[in-house]
Design a protein. Structure first.
Length: 83
């Protein structure tokens, strides 16, 4: 995913899936499309195993903690697995 929106949420009481859902709703409202991919720092993905609202969640060590990089991934599924 090359283009996306950076979302910051440092509330320790809010679950990651809720943060992703909030970011996805904002993204859809702002850009008119529902996002399908979200990258997070490995430290944030401790217990997250589901895909909130169909958003694929992957780890990326270059994403700072408490930040989400959310957008639309147009690459093939094979490329997404290698990220």
């Amino acid at each position: 995913m090359n283009i996306g929106m950076l979302w910051f949420d440092n509330d320790p009481k809010t679950d990651l899936s809720v943060k992703i859902e909030q970011a996805a709703k904002y993204y859809q409202k702002k850009y008119g499309q529902a996002p399908n991919h979200c990258m997070v720092n490995p430290s944030m993905l401790a217990k997250q195993k589901s895909e909130p609202n169909g958003v694929k969640v992957t780890i990326n060590p270059t994403i700072m903690p408490n930040h989400l990089w959310i957008g639309i991934n147009t690459t093939s599924k094979q490329e997404m697995k290698s990220e």
